[in-house]
Design a protein around this ligand. Structure first.
Ligand SMILES: Nc1nc2c(ncn2[C@@H]2O[C@H](COP(=O)(O)OP(=O)(O)OP(=O)(O)O)[C@@H](O)[C@H]2O)c(=O)[nH]1
Ligand SMILES: [Mg+2]
Length: 604
């Protein structure tokens, strides 16, 4: 059977998973009456809730007698390394570009990787159903991007399809048609069949799957020879060592799932069960004549966070797993499948440094853990600083903001304050398109400020650029916080009195403790307040109405918003039921003493 291997790549939200779903439907992977909700490919709970792809996934369909292996990839920049890796399984890519937004930072990144691997992309201008979209301009911008990325003549001569994944059609010109057949035909026509070399078995492990029954499963494309069930193999690792092992079970992809196979020929993508202690990048090779494929690099972490046990007064109330032992075991287990994650011990037995690729990458781990029943405390995310030629360097990113023109001044101010420098300013439809270079530090906490200051209209995206010299201090949060003085339930009476001093993160009737952050102060500087006072009986009649009526509902922040909100001396208490912000040192006196001694240290 003929094979085509194709990866779908794009900036976040440009419609990759929607397209893969349409391909599955169009090729009748599902029975007519089979109930399939929205986006069957985003099948993990968090993916469903957030509407983003976190893990790349393999699917396969049959079309006109050809097997097409389709790889859906995540678009968020925290997962860029994953895209780079799975591209090794592909012989072609569909580069999706939103017909309004045009190429965005992650479009550039994934396209660059595809071009470097000598893949010839098929460009798909998606979402042409959007009002105000500009497919022709976007096509030109994509061409320019190819050009700037040093595409070869052949790559520059890319085929283009237009259409709408949502409305279920793609055509070789911008005219609505009945379905996605033109695109499927395009895949058969333009994507080359896999190149297979002559010789004994070689298969590089490019991603991994996990099953609670089978354990870790190695996924990759067979580059040479064939792989058989029961076959003894040589597992060739990055450090040059060779392990003897055996293929216990073998699967190929079919539809959304896997199909057991006895033998897989070169060119097809398969999943191998039974290998122990393998890593991404290892080559599964012939036992007699082992030859390794070139090593693939795994992305270095760019950010770290301190994970500790929950040591708040509410410790152990919600969670099942609360000890440092639980925490350590869980984190180490995660590193087996979460490749960009690293964990190291600290001076304290109760906390661990966890390194990851960004706020979202770490946030998803924390969210997963709290759903499993863990309680933990996490500190402020820190970017990883490097010493290069004896000088302190930090990561910089390209930040792109699209915003209605009336807000562009505000956006520029905000980014410049955080040591960003503007590189590009141009109009894009009715929006202003701004590009900056900014230290990653400056990005932390920028998103929520940006949204408040632009009435939610700003669309922003950023992506790692390079390490450059340290840019000096960047102002943190402007506002201070209100801290609870005591451990009690909050009352409407107190919150009502305090409302004009800040925006509350708790509602009346919530349990709080001393040192917990319960509101954002309207001014700089922290304030310890009593939010738990009972209403005095004598006031009852005078006020007449119920205080709770006048209480503004609390401000809800997501875990990632909290991660971007907290400062150096603060942390987040995460339990299965609650996310609370707090000072790391809860006792007011001790906090003052420590902050004083830190200041005097800085002076001396
Ligand atoms: N208007 C319009 N919206 C679309 C179209 N295709 C997808 N969308 C919407 O765009 C959003 C993102 O779609 P996804 O398919 O999840 O995008 P993705 O590229 O897989 O996103 P990530 O995996 O997070 O990078 C969803 O709300 C879709 O409904 C389209 O053709 N037109
Ligand atoms: Mg997706």
């Amino acid at each position: 059977m003929q094979i085509r291997n194709i990866a779908i790549i794009a900036h976040v939200d440009h419609g990759k998973t929607t397209l893969v779903d349409k391909i599955l439907h169009a090729t009748h992977v599902f029975r007519e009456n089979q109930e399939t909700g929205e986006l069957i490919m985003d099948n993990n709970d968090l993916e469903k809730e957030r509407g983003i792809t976190i893990f790349s996934k393999n699917a396969a369909v049959e079309y006109k007698g050809v097997k097409i292996n389709v790889i859906d990839t995540p678009g968020h920049s925290d997962f860029g390394g994953e895209v780079e890796r799975v591209l090794k399984m592909a012989d072609g890519v569909l580069l999706l570009v939103d017909a309004f937004e045009g190429p965005m930072p992650q479009t550039r990144f994934v396209l660059q990787k595809a071009l470097q691997l000598n893949l010839k992309p098929i460009v798909v201008i998606n979402k042409v159903d959007k009002p105000n979209c500009r497919p022709d301009e976007v096509h030109d911008a994509v061409f320019e991007l190819f050009f700037n990325l040093d595409a070869t003549e052949d790559q520059l001569d890319f085929p283009t399809f237009y259409g709408s994944g949502k409305n279920g059609w793609f055509n070789s010109k911008n005219e609505q048609c009945a379905d996605i057949t033109p695109l499927l035909d395009g895949i058969l026509q333009y994507v080359p069949a896999p190149k297979v070399a002559e010789g004994p078995l070689q298969m590089q492990i490019t991603s991994l799957d996990y099953s609670s029954f089978l354990g870790r499963i190695a996924v990759g494309k067979v580059a040479r020879g064939s792989i058989k069930e029961g076959q003894p193999i040589a597992l060739m690792q990055a450090d040059g060592s060779i392990k003897r092992s055996k293929v216990k079970e073998l699967y190929t992809f079919m539809g959304m799932g896997k199909k057991k196979a006895t033998e897989v020929e070169a060119g097809d993508i398969c999943a191998v069960v039974g290998l122990e202690d393998f890593n991404i990048g290892d080559t599964i090779a012939d036992a007699e004549n082992p030859e390794a494929l070139p090593i693939i690099s795994v992305d270095e972490p760019t950010m770290s966070m301190l994970f500790g046990i929950n040591n708040s007064p509410f410790f152990g109330k919600d969670g099942k797993f609360v000890t440092s032992r639980h925490l350590r075991d869980r984190l180490l287990k995660e590193t087996e499948k979460n490749l960009a994650l690293k964990v190291s011990d600290t001076d304290s037995a109760d906390s661990f440094l966890v390194y990851g690729r960004g706020i979202l990458h770490l946030g998803i781990l924390i969210e997963t853990m709290r759903r499993e029943g863990f309680e933990l405390t996490v500190g402020q995310p820190q970017v990883l600083v490097k010493e290069i030629d004896g000088k302190k360097h930090e990561p910089y990113e390209i930040l792109v903001v699209d915003v209605p023109a009336e807000f562009s001044g505000k956006v520029i101010d905000m980014v410049t304050q955080r040591k960003g420098e503007m590189l590009v300013m141009e109009s894009k439809g009715e929006m202003q398109h701004l590009e900056f270079e900014i230290p990653s530090r400056g990005l932390i906490g920028l998103r929520s400020n940006m949204l408040t200051n632009t009435a939610g209209e700003a669309v922003m995206a950023h992506r790692f650029l390079e390490y450059k010299p340290w840019k000096g201090p960047i102002p943190g949060r402007n506002n201070g916080v209100l801290l609870s003085k005591n451990q009690e339930k909050t009352t409407a009476y107190s919150i009502d009195k305090l409302q004009e001093r800040g925006t509350f993160f708790v509602d009346p009737g919530e349990d709080v403790y001393a040192g917990q952050i319960i509101a954002e102060h309207i001014k700089p500087g922290d304030l310890v307040v009593n939010a738990t006072e009972g209403k005095k009986l004598t006031n009852m009649r005078a006020s007449g109405s119920d205080d709770s009526v006048r209480i503004v509902p609390k401000k809800q922040m997501t875990l990632e918003e909290c991660m971007e909100y907290i400062q150096q001396d603060e942390c987040i208490e995460v339990t299965p039921k609650k996310i609370r912000l707090r000072k790391s040192i809860l006792d007011e006196e001790e906090r003052k003493r420590v902050s004083k001694s830190m200041k005097s240290e800085q002076v001396s």
